[in-house]
Design a protein around this ligand. Structure first.
Ligand code: HEC
Ligand code: HEC
Length: 299
């Protein structure tokens, strides 16, 4: 198989490759048989940096033979593997073919095991050491860059092992998170609330809901605003709504930072979280193992 748009290109590349290799040989032997005239002390007469003189000794034999061997190796390689334009080489090797055979090998090794796991319930699988190990390897490959290698998350990327869920922690919800992806959208509320002082009032009311130290006067002032503007999504008790990914604000777990400044910013400027969909990218077996792994993390 070749990507050349016209056969002539393949020939062109092949000819250039062969001519260059042969030219290397010609150059090597041509120059080693020709001697530059030298004077009686054996130097060519070229002098640099006051006293650096050029001698003219033949190339060491071992070096020349090494060079010849590499050329022979090159010819053998080009006969067996692709490298000469459109010529596929005797073995017909392609990177796509190598990838496919690796995949087939993996499927033959793990296929029966994955099929067995696919028939098992996620909750059961979460307790299976072998399945968890496979799940962990998949997690490290596909998920760790965002959720951390220990699944502990970081700012903006939720921890998956604290049993605090934005979208739900039952097997079905975890599976959906992985397959469909998730979007979390907290609208900027600063302007609607009236300004920084009002944002701070609402924040203190949120602290009151969650049992964190709060300013009583501010919290009382903030309550009405919270009920009017935040409760639709975060619920009147602040415990959140998994249907729209609105987090629990009363559990003192903060996705976007726990300091007063970070929480103020969450409220006034809004926040956005995006979990990419893995549909079509991960097959059913991998999704099943990942779901079981994530499910098991917090239990
Ligand atoms: C339209 C629904 C909606 C409304 C209205 C809304 N929020 Fe949110 N809020 C969300 C969502 C969804 C998130 C999570 C964003 C994400 O996934 O990153 C969020 C996140 C937050 C966070 C960050 C939580 C964390 O763990 O870091 C705070 C704080 C917050 N909201 C407070 C408020 C307050 C106070 C109000 C009212 C002034 C409010 N929200 C109004 C949906 C809403
Ligand atoms: C590009 C970054 C990224 C990658 C890669 C990623 N995630 Fe996520 N994931 C997120 C973000 C951000 C959220 C939170 C979305 C929100 O704010 O609502 C999330 C949410 C989730 C949730 C829902 C958590 C909850 O509290 O309900 C699960 C489960 C999850 N991810 C699992 C995975 C798994 C398993 C993988 C690997 C297959 C993965 N994620 C890969 C960024 C990522």
């Amino acid at each position: 198989m070749s990507d050349f748009t016209h056969d002539a290109w393949g020939i062109y590349v092949a000819v250039i490759t062969l001519v260059s290799i042969v030219a290397c040989l010609v150059l090597l032997f041509g120059f080693s048989s020709q001697r530059v005239p030298v004077n009686d002390v054996g130097t060519t007469g070229h002098v640099w940096d006051e006293n650096l003189e050029e001698r003219n000794n033949p190339l060491p034999r071992w070096w020349m033979w090494l060079f010849v061997i590499t050329v022979i190796f090159g010819f053998i390689y080009l006969a067996l593997y692709p490298g000469l334009g459109a010529f596929a080489g005797k073995y017909g090797w392609t990177s796509a073919g190598a990838y496919k055979s690796e995949q087939a090998e993996a499927a033959a090794t793990y296929g029966p095991l994955v099929d067995k796991f696919l028939k098992q319930d996620v909750k059961v699988l979460a307790g299976n050491a072998e399945a968890r190990q496979m799940g962990q390897r998949l997690f490290l490959t596909y998920c760790a860059q965002c959720h951390g290698s220990d699944a502990g998350g970081s700012r903006g990327f939720p921890s998956l092992k604290d049993n605090d869920w934005l979208h739900g922690g039952d097997p079905q919800a975890i599976r959906l998170s992985i397959v469909q992806g998730r979007e979390g959208m907290m609208p900027p509320m600063g302007a609607a609330l009236g300004g920084d002082e009002d944002v701070r009032d609402v924040m203190h009311y949120v602290f009151r809901l969650g049992g964190r130290t709060f300013d009583g006067i501010r919290a009382t002032r903030g309550k009405a605003k919270f009920d009017a503007m935040c409760a639709v999504c975060h619920k009147p008790d602040g415990k959140g709504n998994m249907a729209i990914g609105a987090p629990n604000l009363a559990d003192d777990i903060w996705l976007h930072g726990a300091t007063d400044a970070a929480i103020m910013e969450s409220i006034s400027k809004g926040r956005k979280g995006s979990m990419p969909s893995h549909e079509g990218f991960l097959d059913e077996g991998k999704v099943h193992l990942l779901t079981a792994y994530v499910y098991g993390l917090s239990r």
